[in-house]
Design a protein around this ligand. Structure first.
Ligand code: FAD
Length: 470
């Protein structure tokens, strides 16, 4: 397969960072090999992350709408049921088709694909224990580490992926749990909690911190939490999980206030541990070649994604920065461009973040808290979807657009959207921030009517002037 002939680029890991880097390298005319241990391309994102979660979010939303909203739109159904095996099969089909699609892209671009576990022998040689059982050595002038991340375990909690599950187990439960407890109120916990809540689970989210999704704009977060509470998601904030034990057919949690105090217990059928993710470098042999990591285990890189070892690079979840698939992809392209002698650039301040609940929450740039901390004089423009005609027409009008702009120059500093489809709406703002636009630039851009996007235009108007429709 790989042979002993040297590659220009060897990528370890076939996730969104690694496979994109491999394709881009091949497109730039570099001889490229990608090594992936999973036996399927696409990494965490495609196999057990972004894609299967969005499949289940969509299917569970359809069920929930059919059960609770169709009638008010004049669509009568005699009964609505969940067929969980069929729902899981649709998810698996989507994942299967997409992973095979990447294999096709590798063939098309002539990326050599080696299935197996990679381990450094030297800064230019990787030994691979192949999935078929053999061993091969892959050589490269440049080696990119794109080994991604793994679920963060909590002390004293053993994940069995049946009753005490990580996000991976939560994407493949064989029945709808009556009671689900989610440990950690980050976006993954809230998305998975939403899926099972819509399918009928009573969901309680336990979080050590005082707030859900700590990176979110505070004002938007409050509205978002209220919306989730209306959907019957319960929150226990500032709460510490002391222990989680399987008991009979269920699970028992012992909790105490984060600040200390009396312990309480909670019972559930399934507990999802989603307290974050950690860089994955096990078995890679980093110490053997002397690659530097920080205290959190992340590989340290310079602005060209080079590690301290010449010819060895790192991208994606395994380095500092937002742990998101699109950020990993941008890293991959920029890293390979540098290797090819070109320029590359990724601005981590302009990586959009999306929570794919209903409504979704999407943001780019700074939160109001961050703007305040910078000491910049700023203006805020807001527009509620209750005043947006398209949202009213389809009776899905919960949410708001919030634009933050510098007072003196009107330059946009951050945009936060809570709305159905906010994850699509945000990109107009992402582009605006990348071009250093002012809020007036957005407000004076003609937007089609009736669309949800008009809410962004009106919020932009409200930033430096008055909106029309409220
Ligand atoms: P990974 O995707 O983790 O890929 C690394 C790959 O390297 C893996 O396939 C692994 O098997 C392989 N590997 C590791 N070590 C070796 C080795 N030694 N040899 C060979 N192969 C190796 N992000 C978003 O942007 N949007 C979302 O909606 C989203 N939803 C998510 C939902 C869930 C439930 C989870 C868990 C994550 C989600 N993420 C989402 C995060 C996203 O999955 C990651 O940010 C992204 O996958 C990181 O890409 P990566 O290429 O750096 O690493």
């Amino acid at each position: 397969s790989s042979g002993s002939d040297e590659n220009d680029v060897v990528v370890i890991g076939g996730g969104p960072g690694g496979y994109v880097a491999a394709i881009k390298a091949a497109q730039l005319g570099l001889k490229t090999t990608c090594i992936e241990k999973r036996g399927a391309l696409g990494g965490t994102c495609l196999n057990v992350g972004c894609i299967p979660s969005k499949a289940l979010l969509h299917s569970s939303h359809m069920y929930h709408e059919a059960k609770h909203s169709f009638a008010s739109h004049g669509v009568k159904l005699s009964s609505v049921e969940v067929d969980l095996p069929a729902m899981m099969a649709q998810k698996d089909k989507a994942v299967g088709n997409l992973t095979k699609g990447i294999e096709g892209l590798f063939k098309k671009n002539k990326v050599n694909y080696v299935k197996g576990y990679g381990k450094f022998l030297s800064p230019s040689e990787v030994s691979v224990e192949t999935v078929e059982g053999g061993n091969t050595v892959v050589k490269g002038k440049n080696i990119i580490i794109a080994t991604g991340s793994d679920v963060k375990s909590l002390p004293g909690i053993t994940i069995d992926e049946k009753r005490i599950v990580s996000s991976t187990g939560a994407l493949a439960l064989s029945e709808v749990p009556k009671k689900l407890i989610v440990i950690g109120a980050g976006y993954i916990g809230l998305e998975m909690g939403s899926v099972w809540g819509r399918l009928g689970s009573e969901v309680t989210v336990v979080e050590f911190a005082a707030d859900i999704v700590p990176t979110m704009d505070g004002e938007v977060r409050k509205q978002f939490q209220r919306s989730l509470e209306k959907q019957k998601m319960k929150f226990m904030l500032k709460t510490k999980v002391v222990s989680v034990d399987t008991e009979g057919n269920g699970v028992k949690l012992t909790l105490e206030p984060a600040a200390g105090g009396d312990q309480t217990t909670l019972e559930a059928d399934v507990v999802l541990v989603s307290a974050g993710r950690v860089p994955f470098t096990a078995g890679l042999g980093l110490d053997k070649i002397g690659v530097e990591t920080d205290k959190a285990g992340r590989i340290l890189v310079n602005h060209r994604f080079g590690t301290n070892v010449s010819g060895v690079y790192a991208i994606g979840d395994v380095i500092p920065g937002p742990m998101l698939a699109h950020k990993a992809e941008e890293d991959g392209v920029a890293c390979v461009e540098y290797i090819a002698g070109k320029e590359g650039h990724v601005d981590y301040d302009l990586v959009p973040g999306v929570v794919y609940t209903h409504p979704e929450v999407a943001s780019v740039g700074k939160t109001e808290e961050q703007v305040k901390a910078l000491g910049v004089d700023y203006r805020v423009g807001k527009f509620p979807f209750l005043a947006n005609s398209r949202a009213k027409a389809i009776d899905d009008a919960e949410g708001v657009v919030k634009v933050l702009a510098e007072k003196e120059t009107d330059k946009i500093l951050g945009v936060h959207i809570m709305a159905p489809n906010a994850g699509e709406l945000i990109h107009e703002a992402v582009l605006a921030l990348n071009y250093g636009a002012s809020s007036e630039d957005i407000a004076r851009t003609c937007h089609a009517h009736p669309t949800m996007s008009e809410a962004l235009k009106e919020a932009a108007m409200a930033t430096y002037d008055k909106p029309i429709h409220i």
